[in-house]
Design a protein around this ligand. Structure first.
Ligand SMILES: O=C(O)c1ccccc1NCC(=O)[C@H](O)[C@H](O)COP(=O)(O)O
Length: 266
């Protein structure tokens, strides 16, 4: 079983528990009552003077173990917002990342930016749930979904007024993301089956993404030089977790990353 398969097995078990407590009907009602979504696509659309930063609230991970205790996710997200993040990503997977929907609620109450509910979406229920908790963007990992499911999840997401970050790691996955009409396409340089980071994967895949889709480099950003390399290779946005949560001044670091590559970016 790959790491991704193992994570998804746990996600399904946790989802069954939540569904016992709150039916799909009830989550749908809450989603329909939620305030209108913010436009994450507009927030990620490139503009002069830098790269868009998706700043992540991430406590721990399968690859690195504990990263940061993060007592107050709302305070961290507010620091990201002050630093110039375009979108805040909140990991809600509990077993392997230590996140929760309570974190998403806390961050939603604290910032005005679009929010990415970062989870392993394998069931329609999670999309309604994301909206009910104020998310504006969800993650769809191509490797975890067949074509028909990817297509129907993307359609549902957009029907609910949200957008999807459609994540890829191979040329075939980019092709599948493009085929379903993804408008925000991520290239994760972390292989979710082996956890290996290979930053060169981004340069190899970014050129396959058609103009018109926002291109996001995901994972493995350690410093400004990494952001500059991703921008030079075609990134319009970067998704950063570890480097921000481990830093003593996440606000400053988000700002530095957001300005990185401004000379290259157009
Ligand atoms: O981070 C992991 O170890 C991981 C393992 C298995 C599946 C997903 C994983 N991470 C999710 C992410 O995509 C990252 O949290 C995100 O891209 C930020 O990465 P980083 O800046 O390297 O923390």
């Amino acid at each position: 079983m790959s790491v991704l398969d193992d994570i998804i097995a746990g996600v399904r078990e946790d989802l069954d528990v939540r569904r016992q407590k709150l039916s799909l009907d009830e989550v749908q009602t809450l989603a329909r009552q939620a305030p209108a979504p913010r436009d994450a696509l507009a927030a990620l659309t490139p503009r002069a003077g830098g790269v868009r930063v998706i700043a992540e609230v991430k406590r721990k991970s399968p690859s690195k173990g504990d990263l940061s205790a993060i007592q107050d996710p709302a305070e961290l997200a507010a620091a990201y917002e002050r630093g110039g993040a375009a979108v805040i990503s909140v990991l809600t997977e509990e077993r392997r990342f230590g996140g929760s929907l309570a974190d998403l609620d806390a961050v939603r109450a604290a910032v005005d930016l679009p929010l990415l509910r970062k989870d392993f979406t394998v069931d329609e229920y999670q999309i309604w749930e994301a909206r009910a908790h104020g998310a504006d963007l969800i993650l769809l990992i191509v490797a975890a979904l067949d074509d028909a499911t990817l297509d129907s999840f993307l359609k549902l997401t957009e029907r609910l007024g949200m957008h999807a970050l459609v994540e890829t790691h191979t040329p075939e996955e980019v092709e599948r993301a493009v085929a379903v009409g993804a408008r925000i396409i991520g290239v994760n340089v972390r292989n979710l089956k082996t956890l290996e980071i290979d930053r060169s994967v981004f340069a190899a895949l970014a050129g396959l993404i058609p103009a018109g889709a926002v291109v996001v480099a995901e994972s493995g950003v350690r410093d400004i030089a990494d952001v500059e390399t991703f921008v030079a290779d075609g990134a319009q946005a970067v998704l950063v977790g570890e480097a921000l949560v481990r830093h003593s001044n996440p606000e400053l670091t988000v700002g530095e990353f957001a300005r990185a590559g401004s000379a290259l970016h157009h």
